[in-house]
Design a protein around this ligand. Sequence first.
Ligand SMILES: Nc1ncnc2c1ncn2[C@@H]1O[C@H](COP(=O)(O)O)[C@@H](OP(=O)(O)O)[C@H]1O
Ligand SMILES: [Mg+2]
Ligand SMILES: [Mg+2]
Ligand SMILES: [Mg+2]
Length: 338
Amino acid sequence: MAYAAERKVAELAVQRACRLAVAVADSNKNSTITKDDSSPVTVADFGCQATIIAAIKNCFSEDPVVGEEDSDALRSKDSLRERVWSLVQDAVNSGSGETETIGELTTSEAMLDAIDAGNYEGGNKGRMWALDPIDGTKGFIRHGQYAVCLALLVDSEVVVGVIGCPNLPVDPSNPEGETGVIFSAVKGQGAFQRALSSDVATPISFSDVQSTEDAVFCESVESGHSAHGTQSKIAELLNISKPSVRMDSQAKYCSIARGDGDIYLRLPVSDTYQEKIWDHASGNLLVSEAGGKVTDMFGNDLNFGVGRTLKNNKGVIAASNLLHQKVIDAVKQITSQN
Ligand SMILES: Nc1ncnc2c1ncn2[C@@H]1O[C@H](COP(=O)(O)O)[C@@H](OP(=O)(O)O)[C@H]1O
Ligand SMILES: [Mg+2]
Ligand SMILES: [Mg+2]
Ligand SMILES: [Mg+2]
């Protein structure tokens, strides 16, 4: 099967990173710092980026990586670096059998170099990985939803997408039951989920909701990340009566891809913000392999080949193939009134 090795490595790397994130969440010591753009980053974001890039470099040494974080804060603060290094060692040592495939990290200097190897500028030629070590950092901090997201792109097309969601229920019909799910998709091979605790993956697909009236609408928790006011007008126009589900991270893509919701809307709140490729690459493939469609707010495909951002696109709309055009039409109608 095409990309079997890449999928295996991506799943093992994401699984190891999920253990690290869960350890940080359980310790209640997030050690959050604020980046230049005022967004938060935690020791878990750094640790996950280090472990995942080290795995990629061990297995596919030539592949470039577009990763969200850099190591500047760790290089200038010894205590922060030591904390992340200890988390990375614990995550590596607590795995069973992973090291044979994805290797390990031997020094804290190697850890810093791995984080900084995520500095690729992107582009539309050849292979590259897009990595969001913790997507939904704000959700992670408040013990809500977050996701560890890794995608392989070839000539700017996503061919492998893996998303680990430690706080998502394995069975959506039993929200109080076991949590921790890993989603994966390979281009042309379908979309799957399995419990983080299990080796058995099952296929997932969109719900067969035929009409927007019966649809469930997903959006960000953060009102600064998408335009809640405009989105509620669109929901009204589509006769959606169920309350919208607000959730941090690419767990939204995962939820709709397994029929737990139906429509993900992310309309821009500012004219200047450019969506980042690592916030959408994995979810994009998961949705299309599960029977759905992702475009920008105008119905154009997302262009992952123009750098670290989706600078040629505005907003994101994801829905089943059946509902997608109806959502595009409603977005057009409402946004042309504004
Ligand atoms: N003004 C803005 N508009 C849209 N997305 C934004 C934004 N500011 C930050 N983000 C992105 O929103 C992501 C979280 O999305 P969501 O709201 O769906 O959970 C963040 O990912 P990180 O948490 O990885 O930084 C960040 O990249
Ligand atoms: Mg961030
Ligand atoms: Mg993100
Ligand atoms: Mg992130």
